[in-house]
Design a protein around this ligand. Structure first.
Ligand code: B1M
Length: 217
């Protein structure tokens, strides 16, 4: 894991791919690789950026290596779950280009059996809603990393209310500046602090909704 952390920090994509394949062969679970490899790596990068040891080019290189990591881990995890738990649309909100955290959430959601439609970053309010309708999603997931882009989440919830679609979807929000109180304030259903928690709580929420629907039949 220490080698993996260093490879991400140095932006060495090929090495990241190899080390993750090796870790899986050695018996590490995807969750362990995320928790003890990928997340600490980005924490170190963030720390070095704060202390001015790293500047934007180094951060972008590390972000690319991280994307290699999430992609390969996602591929390795495909097929582990045969049964689809539900459908998710997910994106980083309008004006926000940070997608590392979102990509980790996607990986973990796929890991617990969700069909995930990644809308990418800088996602328009209407796109979240149109795609949720198109894919008949159970959950709309929004990520934000900038305090200035958090209000976009409120806009999505507001638009769903206006269109009388609010109750059709479970709304989950997250990202470093997002809090439980903010989520409650904008009318979202779920806030989670990290990717592993997001996947587990999303699964529990969909299963509980299905149970309630069955009771009403
Ligand atoms: Co940016 N950036 N950045 N940046 N960047 C931050 C976020 C910042 C805190 C740095 C700082 O100033 N200390 C700051 C935000 C300040 C604020 O608003 N409070 C900031 C800024 C200001 C900016 C720019 C404006 C800089 C500039 O141009 N002057 C600019 C904005 C561009 C834009 O978006 N419009 C910018 C640009 C960039 C890069 C492009 C260089 C790069 C992004 C690359 C990429 O994502 N592809 C970048 C990066 C990498 C960072 C830091 C260093 C690291 C972010 C990260 O990836 N963390 C960050 C500093 C920091 O965090 N200390 C910083 C690792 C990741 C795993 O964590 O995303 O929190 P995180 O995800 C976690 C949880 O939050 C959670 O699960 C994940 C894993 O457990 N989670 C969810 C995330 N989404 C979730 C959704 C859920 C549930 C959980 O449900 C739906």
């Amino acid at each position: 894991m220490q080698e993996l952390i260093q490879a991400i920090e140095k932006g060495k994509g090929k090495q990241v791919k190899w080390l993750i394949e090796q870790a899986v062969e050695d018996g590490y679970s995807p969750q362990e690789i995320v928790d003890t490899g990928l997340v600490p790596a980005m924490e170190q990068v963030a720390g070095k950026y704060r202390s001015k040891q790293f500047f934007v080019p180094e951060v972008i290189l590390a972000a690319h290596a991280m994307t290699v990591g999430t992609t390969i881990l996602g591929e390795l995890m495909e097929g582990w779950n045969q049964e689809t738990v539900g459908t998710v649309v997910i994106g980083t909100v309008k004006g926000d280009l940070h997608d590392i955290g979102k990509n980790l959430v996607i990986m973990m959601l796929r890991g617990v059996g969700f069909a995930v439609h990644d809308l990418g970053y800088d996602v328009e309010v209407d796109t979240f809603i149109e795609k949720a309708e198109e894919y008949r999603a159970d959950i709309i997931c929004m990520s934000a990393m900038l305090t200035t882009t958090m209000p976009e989440m409120r806009k999505v919830v507001g638009k769903l209310v206006n269109k009388r679609l609010r109750d059709k979807y479970i709304i989950m929000v997250g990202g470093a500046p997002v809090t439980e109180a903010f989520a409650r304030n904008i009318g979202a259903d779920i806030y989670t602090k990290d990717a592993g928690g997001a996947a587990q709580i999303a699964k529990a929420a969909v299963l509980s909704r299905r149970e309630k629907e069955t009771e009403h039949l």
